[in-house]
Design a protein around this ligand. Structure first.
Ligand SMILES: [Zn+2]
Length: 428
């Protein structure tokens, strides 16, 4: 805990001290140390950057998950083969109580859809940095705290979070919820950390009286929290719903005490590709990680950034919303041109259509085609709901000048579960 404490202290200090200019300088200084070191120690990056000026690091060629996973052994600086890391991480998930280590490295799998899961490797020092920073940025006041953490697999990354002041209990996402509700009622956690799908199940359990405990804070992790879900949760529990946005690619953003989702700019330098209509895709450079360097790594996420400074006083940029995956942007024809429709615009059209809609999925098999699957309440009139959805989508598309498209609506019981990311909009 002593060393974690040092990382904790430094993370607090950076949060308060780094204003915009100091932040730019801090990032540049970190990158100037990191990039030449990576060129020396990672065969992949050395090759990838050939002919480029390493000092101009914000313009180095990009990488992505496909490139990383295809070249995993050369990508990481310890030459750990992907197969060995995968086997270990998967075995750990299956056995559920096993703490996966490869030598002294922590190995983990990101929570993507199967076949697209990313691998991460962290050295002991990188782990401590992660633990110290996450505590410094999420525990806004130092006081005794009990944290209930819902995860698909326990990891020694998370076990390190425990200490004298901070109690930490792991809840297994793969287990039935009912017995865990009883445990929550007895354990009385100050903070519940869980994917949004699970938080919504807790909301339902609280509404029907099975969950009687009310936490002081709720933090959504591992999947994007939609604004309507955030509102539902925070209205019922009477607290802001915070978020931690992290991936294999690093710890990207954490909500502050004022509820804004700040990019952790002392850990990651983000550059943005403009997608139009106020949306961007981030390119991540992790300024610290050396075991598995993440430099100019293009995420598959669509973000909306806030143009306002946060009232908490931090200069770290704020993410307004994580809207979904870039691969799931849908396309329609407007005035003879291909027009992008962001997943969130389609989502909102469905949400606005009818209050009887409980769950939905929007699939685009090809340009100008849309299949909508709906789960509605038992008492609702399917024809009415169907007409309302048709009209709402027509209105949404008309705003962009799209009128010729094919729409089909089906009713089905949709259950995303809590283990995987909920892809409500899918472009095939
Ligand atoms: Zn803030």
């Amino acid at each position: 805990m002593l060393i974690t404490g040092a990382y904790f202290g430094r993370a607090r200090w950076r949060w308060q001290w780094l204003n915009r200019q100091r932040l730019r300088d801090f990032q540049a200084a970190k990158a100037q140390q990191l990039i030449p070191w990576v060129a020396q120690h990672s065969a992949f990056y050395r090759q990838h950057w050939q002919g480029h000026d390493l000092r101009d690091w914000r313009n180095l060629p990009m990488v992505d998950k496909r490139l990383m996973m295809a070249n995993f052994r050369e990508f990481n600086t310890l030459e750990v083969p992907a197969a060995a890391a995968f086997d270990l991480a998967q075995q750990a998930e299956q056995e559920r109580d096993f703490v996966p280590r490869l030598g002294d490295l922590t190995v983990g799998l990101s929570s993507g859809t199967s076949g697209h899961r990313g691998l991460f490797l962290l050295s002991p020092a990188e782990q401590l940095l992660w633990v110290g920073t996450i505590l410094a940025r999420t525990l806004h006041h130092i006081k005794p705290t009990k944290i209930a953490f819902f995860l698909r697999a326990n990891s020694n990354l998370y076990q390190q979070l425990g200490g004298r002041l901070i109690q930490f209990r792991y809840f297994d996402l793969t287990q039935a919820l009912e017995p865990q509700l009883a445990m929550l009622n007895t354990y009385q956690p100050t903070i519940i950390v869980a994917p949004p799908g699970l938080l919504l199940q807790l909301l339902a359990a609280a509404q029907n009286g099975k969950l009687t405990h009310r936490p002081e804070r709720m933090i959504s992790v591992a999947d994007a929290l939609a604004p309507d879900e955030q509102t539902q949760l925070s209205t019922f529990f009477g607290i802001p719903i915070e978020q931690i946005y992290q991936a294999t690619e690093g710890l990207l953003a954490i909500s502050c005490a004022h509820g804004s989702l700040h990019i952790q700019e002392d850990l990651v330098a983000l550059d943005f590709e403009d997608l139009g209509q106020g949306r961007v895709t981030p390119y991540v450079t992790d300024l610290w990680r050396r075991t598995q360097p993440i430099i100019r790594y293009r995420l598959n996420d669509v973000l909306r950034l806030s143009s306002q400074a946060c009232s908490c006083g931090s200069s770290f940029k704020v993410i307004e919303q994580i809207e979904g995956r870039r691969d799931d942007i849908c396309y329609f024809t407007a005035h003879g041109q291909r027009q992008a429709m962001f997943p969130d615009s389609l989502r909102r059209a469905i949400l606005l259509a009818h209050p009887a809609i409980q769950e939905y999925q929007i699939i685009q098999p090809a340009d100008d085609q849309l299949q909508v699957r709906l789960t509605i309440t038992d008492t609702a009139d399917a024809t009415l709901v169907s007409t309302a959805v048709e009209q709402q989508i027509q209105r949404q598309l008309a705003e962009y000048g799209c009128s010729a498209y094919h729409l089909s609506i089906h009713f089905a019981a949709i259950d995303y579960g809590t283990l995987n990311k909920r892809r409500r909009v899918i472009r095939q």
